[in-house]
Design a protein around this ligand. Structure first.
Ligand code: C5P
Length: 410
């Protein structure tokens, strides 16, 4: 499990009876060597005093967006940048609603908007408030925005009722924080310094669809837009790599500083990759390569016959370019993509083994808002010994995080 020593954690306490448990959480974090700063909302101060949290955290508590003295010491933007992780505990129903809708009218909501650190919410509220349609709707919005949600537990509540809505216990929150750092090793912080992460490295990326000719005017293809592969090429070039992008037909501009080679079919792509793969440090197979191609390509446009109701096209298997690269002597570090519609992780893991590659990026393409042909994605990067979840975000942002992650493995 990752050490919490020297991690910077910003704890935001919002209004709820469970706030009385937060000094215990802060003490446990301090015992682990974590640097803790605390923000309290007005509601939180009705339940515990700032002095208590100041005493256990060893730092003054921040509670006002517009306090000139506090802003001079450590302004809200500095505080938002300082954190490796922001934990909102307890997260009241109102706090969830405000965050889901992007409010920025107090220190808590402004900080959560002004940060690129991950934000985890630890909900605590009465069971009916938790199950209310509005709260559940806000929960979905927050999840879609990539916020982490820890809990709630079920059990006896402060109001005397029993059900879902109890805040996780301090030791359970501590465990979640440890698991978070073990899984992500603070990708976000490293990304801020990723300018030279791939300096001196050579990276080959395939992107977009392939087209498999049937005759001079017809082909088999798929819906790949090429956006993810192009975003990866951009992120790798920004990280200092010498990038070659082998692109199937897609009308996207060539990223600055990237060498682009356009191809049409899987066989063309294979030839170009085979000619370029020597001395590459990293190969990312992001293209949606057609698995099969027509066995024979008609030289002239095929004509339908009078009365013809059916036709058959015999297909043959295309080379698996990624698996081919992975089996070469001195093969580069190989990363593949697995677009799945069910059992995403299990199928992706099988693919990782079958293709003999080092990492596979799995995504669920059954969601029309994500993946194929959309601007957003949500992925799980799976290697033999680890899994990193990257929540819904633009393909550009996902690409940056993936390049940061991959470069840490090279
Ligand atoms: O086997 P499947 O097509 O699901 O594997 C997807 C991964 O393999 C992607 O990374 C894709 O670029 C790569 N691939 C390939 N050549 C093929 C088929 C897939 O490089 N013929």
């Amino acid at each position: 499990m990752a050490s919490l020593s020297n991690r910077k954690l910003l704890l935001i306490v919002t209004g709820g009876i469970a706030a009385y448990k937060t000094p215990e959480l802060v003490r446990r974090l301090k015992d682990e060597g974590t640097e803790v700063r605390v923000v309290m909302t007005k509601g939180a101060k009705a339940f515990i005093t700032p002095l208590t949290l100041q005493a256990v955290s060893g730092n003054p508590v921040h509670d006002d967006l517009l306090d000139p003295a506090a802003e001079a010491a450590m302004g809200h933007i500095e505080l938002a940048r300082w954190a490796d992780l922001i934990v909102v505990a307890p997260a009241s129903a109102s706090a969830m609603a405000r965050l889901a809708h992007g409010f920025a009218d107090d220190l808590f909501s402004t900080l959560c908007l002004a940060t690129d650190a991950p934000v985890a919410l630890v909900p605590a509220m009465n069971r009916l408030m938790w199950s209310a349609p509005a709260t559940q709707r806000n929960l979905r919005l927050l999840q879609d925005d990539g916020k982490l949600i820890w809990g709630p537990n079920e059990g006896l509540q402060a109001c005397g009722e029993t059900g879902a809505g109890r805040m996780l216990e301090p030791q359970e929150i501590l465990q979640q924080i440890k698991e978070f750092f073990a899984a992500t090793f603070s990708l976000h912080k490293e990304m801020a310094e990723n300018a030279g992460l791939l300096a001196g490295k050579r990276v080959l990326i395939t992107a977009g669809p392939t087209r498999e000719a049937i005759d001079p005017v017809r082909y088999l293809s798929n819906h790949s837009s090429g956006k993810m592969g192009f975003a990866l090429a951009t992120a790798a070039a920004n990280a200092g790599a010498d990038v070659t992008l082998v692109a199937g037909p897609c009308p996207l501009p060539t990223p600055a500083g990237v060498t682009r080679i356009d191809i049409i079919s899987a066989e063309d792509m294979h030839k170009v990759v085979a000619a370029s793969v020597a001395q590459q440090d990293l190969f990312i197979g992001c293209a949606a390569v057609a698995d099969f191609r027509p066995m024979n390509v008609a030289e002239q446009k095929m004509k339908k016959q009078d009365g013809q109701n059916q036709m058959q096209i015999a297909l043959v298997k295309n080379p698996d370019i990624l698996a081919w690269v992975a089996e070469q002597e001195n093969a580069p570090f190989c990363v593949g993509f697995a677009a799945e519609t069910e059992n995403v992780q299990a199928y992706a893991r099988k693919k990782l083994e079958r293709k003999g590659i080092q990492m596979i990026i799995a995504n669920d393409v059954s969601n029309p808002e994500l993946g194929f042909n959309s601007d957003n994605n949500a992925v799980i990067a799976i290697s033999a010994d680890a899994e990193h979840h990257i929540g819904t975000n633009s393909k550009e942002e996902i690409a940056k995080q993936l390049i940061t992650l991959i470069s840490s493995k090279l």
